[in-house]
Structures are given as structure tokens and as C-alpha cells.
Design a protein around this ligand. Structure first.
Ligand code: FE
Ligand code: CA
Length: 534
């Protein structure tokens, strides 16, 4: 019903470029565009670039360009046959695509859902490029990518967003539309890009869901299920506009696979050998739909996605995987008043090889700022304000977060201290915004870092700015400097003098088009683990 309706039809012919680009007088070329390559090429009954374009994993000399040929993205095969399709790509220095500096052809294959991951190098550092794909008689929208500064450049300033948790039926992707207008260097997507479940009842506030999943959508188990879910999510014009506006660093959290999975287990206690088949399908679909480098192609159920990024002399970013190698949530998961099992020193969120990799990375990372970009809340937090009768207990911790492995958190903080570095931690997953100061507990309590946890794009539906939990939460957590239960993202503006985080929020996502405001700005000085009013 939904899919056949006018929304999709009009989206198919709409130029998927940001409002900012349109204002500059550029009209994105979409379905109406006619090919200048031969008629012998593929012809599509429907627009094949229905899922938009994306750039990702920018480096000083290039990036990866992504698209997927899917004229009918909710069909099992996306409306494609098994015939490989040559797809041309052009890279230009102007958004009108007149000054083309690179062109080439890549071939799409049905085995990987006719998705393309074109790795481009040899470009100039620290500048904008524009790109477009062409298949048969169809041209894609034009996207903007930006290369990173040269590795030893003194970088004046970078501006980026951290965002994630975009349950499609939770509400409109208005936050993505605003991200597209921010003129960012990049986006860090911490995960929950899709939700694998099939949520049809009312949202958490008992309001009807703003969007309804197609009737035949069940919980994602098979590769086809996951592909169709990405097809639905990525058909959203606001999400496409955000991808076309700047490159992404993509990672995943739990819902790309299954709610609160951990290692080779899920929350339903599926036997690990069976669960790993689902994880393999989920990872393949994630790879097929994300603008990530070909090195992130999974091998069966295994995917090495943790990686490091150097932003000139200004910053180093370590992007973690806190799901695939972690130990299972202790004490049955959830928010628990006490959990002795959590204190076991061998518990881990990253696994030993990834911890060793991070230790090695920190030895060589010389940037002014050290960024730990990952999924779930890193700092300690007393969660009792979120429990129904929380006032009756002194303390409660969330077993899906780093509080479920405090010894692992101490190991990470000790690594930073040993290298005389201070982490700025980025996280998400909580569907609420938090900003807090982080302490080391051993050998004695001492300031160790700061954390900015981005709220959700849409998961959880509309929140409220003055939830009853807010005041008790602050009272229990003096290190917590900001909390808000509204949808949006965090915008970071970073220079050698200051890290500034703006918590951007929408009043409502129940209808499209809400305005965005900055609820709170907090600033950090280099090497001082303290959040200041900005
Ligand atoms: Fe989420
Ligand atoms: Ca999550």
C-alpha cells in the first residue's frame, strides 16, 4: 500500500540533492535524464538509483563511492536480473559535473545485490569533489564528497555530526535533512542504521507510529529480509539527501543484526552455530548498503570493521566494534541494581585483539584530539531514575553498556593515560542525548575524558524535554552535564583550541519538516577532562 502510493513515485523522480545544493542553482539529474552512452547498454523500466548515492571512509587522497542498482528495492532481487551491469562513475570539482577529473567503470553483480563500492585514490587533500553514477540510460543524483586534510596538515577546523538509531517507523528523518544542510566534513554513524524487528504497535509513548512497515515485512532473518529492509530505509529522501551531502564513516550496533546481540549469541538464546548464519546474512546486507571500503567485506559471519582515521594534526579517530567481540550482557541484561558478574575482570566490550589494536593505535596517534567513536554509553551512570520504583534503591546500572564491563573500561582509560592522551568518546544507542565527564576509578578517582552520546534520529518516537526522570538523573550523576529526550544528533566543531558539541534537536518527528534547534552547547579544552558551558 505504502510503496505504491504517491510518496514513492514522487521520490523516484525527485532530485536527491540537498536543499543547499539546489539553492546554489544545481538540479540533480535523476530519472528523467537520458544517457549519452550507447543504446546497447542496460535499459531500466524504473529508475535504478532509487536508493541514492553515498561516499564514505574519506582519506586525504580519496574515498569510496557507493550506489546500488535497485529499480524495485522492496523486491527480493531489487528488480534486477543476474546479468552483470557496467556502471560508469564520474568525479568532478564542480557540482554541475563539468570539470571532470576522474571517470571509470565498475561492474555490479547480483551476488552482492548489484551494489558498488568504488575506491578512489590520487585526489587532492582537504577539498570538495562531486560524483555521479550512470547505468544504461539513467544518471544518479550528484553527491558531494570531501577528502581529509593531508596527514601532516595543521587543520584549522573540522565540523561533523555523530548520529544513528533511525528506526523507520519511529518517525520522519527530518534530522537527516538538517544534517544535509550543515555543510559537514563528514558524519560518524554509530549504528542502528536499520531495525531488524517488525514493530507495528504504538510507540513507547502510546502514540500511533508515524510510518507503518509494509504488510509482508517480518523480523529480518534471511539475507533477502535484510536487503529489503535496507531498501525500505534507503528509499527515504531525507536519508538520501544526507548521504549525498557528505561522506560517512559507518559502523554498526545491535539492530543491524538482532536486538542486543553479543558475540555469537542473541537475546533469544539461539544456539551460536545457528545465530552465526543470521549474523553472516546481516553483515553481508550491511556491507552491501554502506559506503565502506572493500576491506570491510565480511567473510561469512566475520567482519573486521574497527579502524582508525587521522585528521591532519588535529585529531585521530578510532572507530570501534563493541558488539562482535564482547562478552554477553551479565545478569540477564537490562537495568540492574547490582550485578557482581559485571565485575569479572576478563569481561570485555572489544575483545583482546581489538584492545591490542587500540593500544597500538594510541602509541602512534599524535593528533591534538583523540576520538573514541563507538556504539554504547562508555562512562559510568546511575540509571535508577529510569526505573519504575528507582527511588527505593541507591544505584542501578545498564548491562548493555560499558557499565557491564568496568574492568574493560579501566583498561581502555589506562591505555590513554599511559600515552598521556585523553579520549573524547562518541556514542549513541540510548535514544536520548547525554554529555558527561569520565573518571578513572583506579588507582584513584581522577578525570579521564569526556563523552558525547548522540540522541536518536527517530528511534523511540517523539520524546519530551522535561521527562520526570530528568532532575533525579542529574541529582544522581553530578558528572552528567546534559541530558535530553528529543530526537536529533550532535554536531561537533573542532579546532586546536576547543571542541564544541552542539546538541541539535527537533520538537517532533511525527510529521515531516520540523525545525531544528540547539538545545545545549558544551565545550572542552584540549587535554582537560571537563565539560564547560559554551
Ligand atoms: Fe537504537
Ligand atoms: Ca542499539
Amino acid at each position: 500500500m505504502w510503496f505504491a502510493a504517491s510518496r514513492m513515485e514522487s521520490d523516484m523522480t525527485a532530485p536527491f540533492v540537498s536543499r543547499r545544493t539546489v539553492l546554489q542553482g544545481i538540479v540533480g539529474v535523476a530519472a528523467a535524464s537520458v544517457s549519452r552512452i550507447g543504446a546497447a547498454q542496460a535499459k531500466f523500466k524504473e529508475f535504478p538509483f532509487s536508493l541514492g548515492v553515498a561516499a564514505g571512509d574519506p582519506a586525504p587522497d580519496g574515498f569510496v563511492l557507493w550506489t546500488r542498482l535497485a529499480p524495485m528495492p522492496l523486491k527480493a532481487r531489487g528488480g534486477m536480473s543476474r546479468k552483470p551491469i557496467p556502471v560508469r562513475f564520474d568525479i568532478a570539482t564542480d557540482p554541475q559535473m563539468t570539470a571532470i577529473v576522474r571517470s571509470g567503470t565498475a561492474t555490479s553483480h547480483i551476488e552482492t545485490a548489484h551494489a558498488l563500492h568504488v575506491e578512489v585514490d590520487g585526489l587532492e587533500p582537504g577539498r570538495d569533489y562531486f560524483y555521479r553514477f550512470r547505468a544504461g540510460d539513467a544518471d544518479s543524483a550528484v553527491g558531494r564528497a570531501r577528502t581529509l586534510p593531508a596527514p601532516n596538515a595543521a587543520v584549522d577546523r573540522i565540523k561533523f555530526a555523530s548520529a544513528g538509531c533511525q528506526q523507520w517507523e519511529g518517525g520522519y528523518y527530518t534530522a537527516w535533512r538538517h544534517i544535509a544542510d550543515e555543510n559537514l566534513d563528514f558524519v560518524i554513524h554509530y549504528g542502528d542504521y536499520i531495525y531488524e524487528g517488525a514493530h507495528r504497535a504504538a510507540d513507547g509513548n502510546n502514540k500511533p507510529l508515524p510510518r507503518t512497515l509494509p504488510e509482508d515485512f517480518k523480523a529480518c532473518i534471511t539475507l533477502t529480509d535484510y536487503r529489503r529492509r535496507y531498501g525500505l530505509y534507503k528509499s527515504d529522501p531525507d536519508l538520501q539527501t544526507a548521504h549525498a551531502s557528505c561522506p560517512f564513516y559507518s559502523s554498526y550496533d545491535d539492530h543491524e543484526v538482532a536486538n542486543n546481540w553479543a558475540g555469537d549469541t542473541d537475546a533469544r538464546n539461539t544456539p551460536p552455530e545457528d545465530f552465526l548464519f543470521r549474523r553472516a546474512a546481516a553483515f553481508q546486507a550491511w556491507y552491501e548498503h554502506m559506503p565502506v571500503r572493500r576491506g570491510l567485506m565480511p567473510r561469512g559471519p566475520d567482519l573486521r570493521s574497527y579502524r582508525a582515521v587521522r585528521i591532519g594534526k588535529l585529531a585521530d579517530i578510532a572507530i570501534l566494534d563493541t558488539r562482535q567481540f564482547r562478552t554477553k550482557q551479565p545478569c540477564g541484561d537490562g537495568i540492574k541494581p547490582s550485578c557482581p558478574e559485571a565485575e569479572i575482570s576478563t569481561r570485555t566490550m572489544m575483545g583482546t585483539p581489538q584492545e591490542h589494536w587500540l593500544a597500538d593505535h594510541l602509541k602512534h596517534a599524535t593528533g591534538m584530539w583523540q576520538v573514541l567513536a563507538q556504539q554504547v554509553m562508555f562512562g559510568r551512570l546511575n540509571w535508577r531514575a529510569f526505573l519504575k520504583h528507582g527511588e527505593a534503591i541507591a544505584h542501578a546500572e545498564n548491562m548493555d553498556k560499558w557499565d557491564s564491563a568496568p574492568a574493560a573500561r579501566e583498561r581502555i582509560l589506562a591505555m590513554y593515560a599511559a600515552n598521556k592522551k585523553m579520549p573524547v568518546v562518541l556514542s549513541g544507542d540510548a535514544h536520548k542525548a547525554f554529555a558527561m565527564e569520565i573518571e578513572r576509578e583506579k588507582p584513584r578517582r581522577s578525570p579521564a575524558g569526556v563523552e558525547f552520546l548522540a540522541t536518536s534520529i527517530s528511534s523511540g518516537g517523539d520524546g519530551a524535554i522535561d521527562a520526570p526522570s530528568t532532575q533525579p538523573l542529574y541529582a544522581d550523576n553530578p558528572h552528567l552535564k546534559f541530558f535530553a529526550n528529543l530526537r536529533g544528533y550532535t554536531r561537533h566543531t573542532v579546532s586546536a583550541k576547543e571542541w564544541r558539541a552542539d546538541h541539535r534537536a527537533l520538537e517532533s518527528i511525527a510529521k515531516p519538516g520540523a525545525a531544528i534547534t540547539t538545545l545545549k552547547s558544551l565545550a572542552v579544552e584540549p587535554h582537560i577532562a571537563k565539560l564547560n558551558e559554551a
